[in-house]
Design a protein around this ligand. Structure first.
Ligand code: AHR
Length: 514
């Protein structure tokens, strides 16, 4: 009797695992959705710690190889990511930035205190001309963030005139005297940053009126008109989206939303970047669900207040934020970057793709040496982070046309009382004509097998790249730069089925063949 019972239990277990394995991804290639704007892969570079100074800018006299002051190695690595856009000069730094201090001969520019970030000297070596040189070297678009915190509408209007005026105005002539004849191409311009916090502690209604007032005076030649951005809400708060989209009309193209992810979910005692338990792995990754929900609610608000779809939502600061690296200046926001950050990035991408209708830009915070950086530098050396590789894997999705992708029997990944979908997927038809699939297996311990169906059929094969590592907190270091790097990945159909085997804690991006 006991033997029979044991056999029955074993049989049930086999059947249960067969059922659990029956995960299917169905992509509808004949139902194209909105285009995933390449600027969803935008970057953010602020005058913060060594994000710009040392990390990217070393000055033309440096022994570190550079082009007019910008590090050659860093620019070359960023070009591989096809960085489409850079936001500058902040962040909270922008809320106190006076553009006139960053033009003219560098040796004569005023040295200030960076009161927001670490209280260190800011010598203004990187100013408007240097920033545009960087974006031109990268082949990226420029996103300039104006100062509403301590500036004035006049100062903001004059900065725009300085950058864009064509004729013989005093400001255009000053730009020429400083070495730039042709106007700079300003693609995006924000009126303030985080005006609910470091940008002035305003209420949304007050800021909406301020925006209406200031934006009235922001004028450029028609062929160099940037998209104008209002500073929006934070985290899950959609009030700002509602108030702004109801009350602003003129010089208004997008609302900027910010949301950072902390393991503890709290500002104080955020949690560690490395050496964390599985509970903090899932607490980070599962919070992307909150971002998905915030975007769904924001879209509902915008569809009501802006049915003509004139307004876009820019997720212009996002990423992981941990307790500062021990021994570092806490105002420099230095943190390690691990496999967990790579998965966090890929989960964000999948969510942004699903909201491509309104989300036309996002900027990871930040590009180099700060928060969830692509690159960490030390003197003349650099290391590419796991997040860098996640961005690299997803480059085919820039300007691709999104496609509906549905996972059937998605397993639940649960640790303690936190749970999330085990697998996240996205699909798009890229500009090269190929169909791409992006997959994340968030489960830290268990691999997953899924079959792929495009329409009603199984494709012949998939080929692409996999990013994974042995440990949840695996990282790349100067002495070990290849702990987390992409590996080749492929699968062929057999018996009319195409099965993809996703290792635990992995990202897979493949092109579909046949
Ligand atoms: O990215 C660091 C800071 O986070 C930015 O300066 C600010 O806008 C946000 O609070």
């Amino acid at each position: 009797m006991k033997k029979q019972l044991l056999a029955l239990v074993a049989m049930l277990a086999v059947n249960a695992s067969a059922l659990a394995a029956d995960i299917k991804l169905v992509v509808n290639a004949d139902q194209p959705g909105p285009v995933i704007h390449r600027n969803v892969y935008g970057q953010f570079a602020e005058h913060l710690g060594t994000g710009i100074y040392e990390g990217m800018w070393v000055g033309p006299e440096s022994k570190i190889p550079n082009v007019r002051g910008w590090r050659k190695d860093v620019v070359a690595a960023l070009k591989e990511l096809k960085v489409p856009l850079v936001r500058w000069p902040g962040g909270c730094f922008a809320d106190e930035y006076h553009w006139r201090e960053g033009i003219g001969p560098r040796g004569k520019r005023p040295v200030k205190v960076n009161t927001t970030w670490g209280g260190v000297p800011e010598n203004n070596a990187v100013g408007t001309h240097e920033f545009f040189d960087l974006v031109e070297q990268l082949g990226a678009e420029a996103y300039v963030n104006g100062n509403m915190g301590t500036g004035s509408p006049q100062e903001m209007a004059e900065w725009l005139e300085y950058m864009t005026a064509e004729g013989k105005s005093t400001l255009a002539e000053l730009r020429r005297k400083n070495g730039r004849d042709k106007p700079f191409r300003v693609h995006y311009f924000a009126v303030g940053n985080e005006t609910w916090g470091c940008g002035g502690n305003m209420r949304p209604e007050y800021y909406a009126d301020m925006y209406r007032h200031w934006a009235t005076f922001l004028k450029t030649p028609e062929n160099n008109r940037p998209k104008f951005i209002a500073s929006g809400g934070n985290d899950t708060d959609t009030t700002w989206t509602d108030v702004l989209s109801k009350s602003v009309r003129f010089n208004f193209d997008a609302i900027a939303h910010h949301a950072y992810t902390f393991p503890s979910g709290k500002w104080e005692g955020k949690g560690s970047a490395v050496g964390f338990p599985e509970g903090e792995w899932i607490s980070m990754l599962s919070q992307v669900g909150k971002i998905d929900d915030t975007l769904t609610r924001s879209t509902t608000i915008l569809d009501k207040n802006d049915p003509q779809k004139r307004l876009a939502l820019y997720f212009d600061e996002w990423g992981s934020w941990y307790d500062p690296e021990p021994g570092s200046n806490p105002g420099f926001l230095v943190q390690r970057n691990t496999l967990r950050d790579a998965l966090l990035a890929a989960l964000h991408f999948n969510v942004f793709h699903a909201h491509a209708d309104r989300v036309k830009m996002s900027n990871v915070a930040q590009m180099v040496n700060v928060l969830q950086a692509m690159i960490l530098t030390s003197k003349d050396k650099l290391v590419l982070t796991p997040t860098y590789h996640a961005f690299a894997l997803y480059t085919p999705f820039q300007d691709a046309t999104s496609l509906p992708a549905k996972i059937e029997n998605n397993p639940v990944y649960k640790v303690g009382n936190v749970e999330m979908p085990g697998i996240s997927a996205t699909a798009a038809r890229a500009k090269d004509g190929k169909l791409y699939i992006g997959l994340v297996n968030s489960n830290a311990n268990e691999a997953a097998e899924l079959t792929l169906q495009v329409g009603a059929t199984a494709p012949k094969a998939v080929k692409g790249q996999l990013l994974t590592a042995g440990a949840m907190d695996a990282q790349n270091e100067l002495s070990k730069p290849a702990q987390v790097v992409p590996q080749a990945f492929e699968a062929q159909a057999a018996g009319g089925k195409l099965t993809l085997k996703l290792p635990a804690k992995s990202i897979v991006v493949v092109a579909v063949e046949g």
